[in-house]
Write a protein that binds this ligand. Sequence first.
Ligand SMILES: C[S@@+](CC[C@H](N)C(=O)[O-])C[C@H]1O[C@@H](n2cnc3c(N)ncnc32)[C@H](O)[C@@H]1O
Length: 335
Amino acid sequence: LLSLSSLRCRSTKRRLASLHLLPSAPRTVRSLATVTAPPVVVAEDDKYGRKQVISVTPQLYDYILSNVREPPILRELREETATMPGSQMQVLLLASFFLSHLMPSNNKFVFLSTELVTFVSPDQAQLLAMLVQILGAQRCIEVGVYTGYSSLAIVLVLPESGRLVACERDMKCLEVAKKYYERAGVSHKSFLFPSSIASLLVDIKHGLAVESLRSLIQNGESCSFDFAFVDAEKRMYSEYFELLLQLVMFCVVTVHKNLAYQTILQVRIGGLIVIDNVLWHGKVADPQVNDSKTISLRNFNKKILEDKRISTSMVGANRRWHDHMPEESRYLSQC
Ligand SMILES: C[S@@+](CC[C@H](N)C(=O)[O-])C[C@H]1O[C@@H](n2cnc3c(N)ncnc32)[C@H](O)[C@@H]1O
């Protein structure tokens, strides 16, 4: 535990950063994980046609990252975030690695790890930004901002007239996010036209996300968003989803042809809701894991699968670092 405390301490992280152990993350992982995993997993069940699935090794993940276009301001924000107490990147992997050797039979730190905060990786941020661009999204919502890495990635590709509603309960995190929004020139408010959407790219909603989403609905903003990214409290995913379905353009349009005759058309206009961490570091597939967050996510995934109102796609893990990590810490890898 002492090791974990010292690793979570800011000065230690700075020292690690100066040794290039943090936060240029992916390379650090390679230094810990010297064993190369097979790059391909073959699905065992013949009914899947013996499909080969690429397993992302640290080397391959390095390669993916070297092909990411990360704007310099996002890189700076990522590096600053990685030095913050509680942020999860390599610190956690390092801590778990050391701890697993100190206390091989103790799995308490797996629990500790879930208290730390993660943020999307550069490749994930690039994917989010590209989805927003493909959609031609103007109005977006993020549930769970942390220090603003994913939200800034989204805002940077929005048109001038775009808007991102950023929901976050932690003011300290928002201070960092605001600093970067300002530096990127996306937090400008026009005092001449305060209600103008065009003058406000990031609209921060400080507070519990469910309340912020409800107030958007009460303010008549239903069916007015194109895109949402959910990355907050796992046990609230179902509530976020139901509220977002009302806010994102996926709606019932009522057409009044004349007073006597009314047609209701169900129109899917094409909004997109991206939900992070639905594999919950692999725990959803492990019947031995039954904590409340894992159960919530299992139930949520089942509900989404059965929900006929939407089209859905679950995208698999893009990193498989736990192949290289001790058993106790394998859930620390990202999905
Ligand atoms: C995983 S982090 C978000 C990371 C961010 N999306 C990124 O990739 O840069 C989750 C954030 O959700 C926030 N959060 C958790 N529960 C919340 C809630 N009920 N309402 C608002 N924010 C919440 C936490 O404070 C934390 O900052």
